[in-house]
Ligand binder design. Sequence first.
Ligand code: NOJ
Ligand code: CA
Length: 694
Amino acid sequence: MKKIISTVLFLSVCLLTSTQILSATHVVASPDGKLKVSITDQGGQLMYRVDKGNKAIIDPSILGMRFAAQHGFDADLVITESKTTSRDQTWEQPWGERRFIADKHNELWLSIQRNKPQLKFEIAVKVFNDGLGFRYQVPQQDELSEVLITEELTEFNMDENADAWWIPARKWNRYEYLYKKTKVNEIEMVHTPVTMKLTSGIHVSLHEAALLNYAGMSIEHRRGNNLVANLAPRPEGGLVMLTTPFVTPWRTIQVSDDAVGLVNSDLILNLNEPNKIGDVSWFKPGKYVGLWWHQHINERTWGHDGIHAATTEATIDMMDFAAKYGFDGVLVEGWNIGWDGDWYNNGDVFSFTETYDDFDIKDVAEYGRKVGVKLIGHHETSGNLTNYENQIDAGFTLYEKNDVAIVKTGYVADGGKLKRIDKEGIARYEFHDGQYNIGHHIRVLEKAAKHKIAINAHEPVKGTGLRRTYPNWVSREGARGQEFNAWAVPPNGPNHVSDLVYTRMLSGPMDYTAGAFDLRPSERPPVNEQMGRHDKRSRIEHTLAKELSLYVTIYSPIQMVMDLPENYEARPDAFQFIQDVPTDWSESVALSGEVGEYLVIARQDRNSSDWYLAAHTNAQTRTLTADLAFLGKNKNGVDQNSEWEAQIYRDGSKADYDTNPYDIVIERKTVTPKDSLSFNLGRSGGAVVRFVRR
Ligand code: NOJ
Ligand code: CA
């Protein structure tokens, strides 16, 4: 292994004052030798570059940071020590896209000194076959005990003005935007993951891993193809307040020969620490229904002052529906005091323990026990972090008593407007990816774990693989989800999911809330005049088969079955797929795809030998073919002659999201791993197959 890592001393001599100082270039390569990271301190500045084979990916780019009260790591730098190590291990996920994850990488560690004044920091770089991560490590030292970071200098100086897919950062709607495709030099201030395609076909995605006690990194374009880190600010000034020793999150660069290589990469998880909260076998992946879509399509209200959705009776009805079709939970939103009036701005008055008089949590839990369905909890904070933190123990205690094992949290406040009250009683307003809120999420997870509760955060900070360390962080929103199709103009549209799978989904599970069976809810007759319905342009611009495919293409260990029961019962044949599809996988293989265009992916159920295959396309019709070789290589061994029943749900010949979205063909075929299946997908269409071993 040591042979693969070449730490090269590059003896270029430069004159600094009157002393001769040796500048050094250290190189570390991936285990397959293809990806190479070089770091140099030439000229007293720390720079790195990334090459894949003979192709430059990232040209020399600055590393470093600046502080408010001390000199920064930005000049007079010299690498004083280096060390290389390797790892080749496999670890097991309690739940996930795959059960076993290979962590095979080479690591370079450098100690760097600033000479005048003397300050020290370190860089760790881990290079995998599918990308790399590096982070700053600042040891404890007298001159730097408390620091306020005012700038992180990390650059990503792209070698090429590649195509890039991104959503804007630091805007009012947090992460809930449609993706834009531009050239690198037209990137604005953007969230990560930001994904790029080079002319060679190589795909690169910039993101971060293990975002803990730091501020989220956005990416900003500067001149040429240069992208730079831009951290979310603190309301009191500066970016991040820390005491040494500390480490930053990993700055990650996924590099793949094709688009699906990004989807198949485990880099982000590999750069997170192992499980810190112990046994999580109490968390069961599964599917849930809810009193949720009702509110979004103006069928019922969150508040008690309208047609209240969250009544004991309605919850019990939903529990019956869940039990009948084998779903595990019922999400109820609007059961607690605080929803009346303008709930978006009600963060100060939400109670997490007091129910409205038409909702009896004990009765509901007791009924759930009888029929084997659990209540899924809901804590909407409307962005008041302090109000929530003050009640969180009581809130989780109440839920635990009533068998709640998953809580959906919510932070609907505009970007930069999460409220917290500081020690002096001053209201401070935070970004969703600001340092304080990152700590808030962790506090919530730790408290929840004590009550054996898993968290599904909406309006969260982006995922950075912390589900490995805190496996009760089971899902999150953090992108435009189904709700936009209820009330937004424009809705998510035909292209959104094809963008999501190569961008947002690289950061981890998403609670997209799939399963719309009535694709035009705004056309339902209004419940009453006052409620009305939303603009007719708000609709689901997918075919029915594409909506089914989301259960496989958009990974989450908990999946919502979001539509009204009557809409499912009107189409029992297609509904069968939602009852069958699992949410926990032993293996996942993205087979083909292009960013923003399409995806074909196969996953094997973790609890049976069944495989699932899903395909979807954007607004273009497309014929997609999947080689079924994966059926031969499953966890029960290799069997090329095995026979499988393929239960197929695909677009019919006239399927089209706009003109004929319900045209679906449901058929069965016998196949073997030597076969392939082709699908003719309509505009914004899809297909999904369950393979059952014969
Ligand atoms: C926004 C969430 O994304 C949605 O799912 C929820 O219903 C509302 N907030 C209310 O909490
Ligand atoms: Ca949302």
